[in-house]
Design a protein around this ligand. Structure first.
Ligand code: 2HA
Ligand code: ZN
Length: 273
């Protein structure tokens, strides 16, 4: 099968395009990666080539031999739908977990996403928790970014404030969200910090930069990003009205919700204000 005809590739392209349409991917902002299922690798294998092994900038022994579909460094999400073979790439991790090679895509040259260390290390963490995790998505979510200038950069505060803004939030992300203080992007240190949070959460906000989301499939991961960003948009509007909250969802309300929806909402997010 041609790579671009595979269902997971079509879904990947659709997800990237949906993010572009929502305004989260100015220029080359954001990146997306998918850990490909073995059957899907087999289905496209005849169209894969073997590139040179390169240093992955990290060590991911838990991902030895895995294949990933990833966006390319410096490529624009805007162009993914039109030209997937230029903007995307399939990479293979070697049997040491230290190197990768390009086996498809980036036909006009280039490298996988500049955030490859964070993507790979997040995949490794999530795979160890549950093998169903396959998608890591980084977007420049306008309203979540805006909030990192005015809220304390604490997991408890971000989680609680987002939960209050939309009742679906505690159901969609009951474990909460993590916050990484501003750090230089693209490297190993920010990847380590993000991974620590990904052990606990499916969402990690990079202060003054963007958001990482993890999930089992494209719809769930995109939906998670979208839900959090929508709640952030509501909070930005509430704060912009300048009158504070006159009423909101209270800790006892969250407790009622947790019973009816059978979700476990950690006490540390239900603090008294
Ligand atoms: O340019 O979003 O974090 C891609 C990015 C880097
Ligand atoms: Zn970014």
């Amino acid at each position: 099968m041609r790579v671009t005809e595979a269902e997971f590739v079509k879904k990947f392209i659709k997800t990237a395009d949906d993010g572009w349409i929502l305004g989260w991917h100015e220029r080359n902002g954001g990146n997306l990666s998918y850990r490909i299922k073995p059957d899907d690798v087999s289905a496209v294998k005849e169209n894969l080539k073997e590139g040179e092994w390169r240093d992955a900038g990290t060590y991911v022994p838990g991902l030895k031999g895995e294949f990933f579909l990833v966006t390319g460094s410096g490529k624009f999400f805007k162009n993914v739908k039109e030209d997937p073979e230029d903007t995307l790439s399939i990479i293979e991790i070697d049997d040491t977990g230290k190197r990768y090679r390009i086996v498809w895509g980036l036909v006009n040259g280039g490298r996988p996403t500049s955030e490859l260390p964070t993507h790979l290390m997040n995949h490794e963490v999530k795979k160890a928790i549950n093998d169903k995790y396959r998608v890591i998505y980084h977007a420049h979510t306008t309203n979540l970014i805006a909030l990192t200038f005015v809220l304390p950069l604490e997991d408890e505060v971000f989680t609680r404030e987002l939960w209050e803004m939309a009742t679906e939030c505690p159901v969609v992300f009951p474990d909460g969200v993590g916050v990484v203080p501003w750090m230089v992007p693209g490297g190993y240190e920010i990847a380590v910090k993000t991974c620590e949070l990904m052990k606990k959460y499916d969402l990690a906000i990079w202060a003054h930069h963007g958001t990482f989301a993890a999930g089992f499939d494209f719809d769930l991961t995109f939906g998670l990003m979208h839900t959090a960003e929508k709640a952030a948009e509501i909070l930005v509007k509430v704060l912009s009205m300048g009158m504070g909250k006159k009423q909101t969802v209270e800790p006892e309300d969250f407790k009622k919700l947790s019973k009816v929806f059978s979700v476990d909402l950690p006490e540390r997010f239900l603090y008294e204000k």
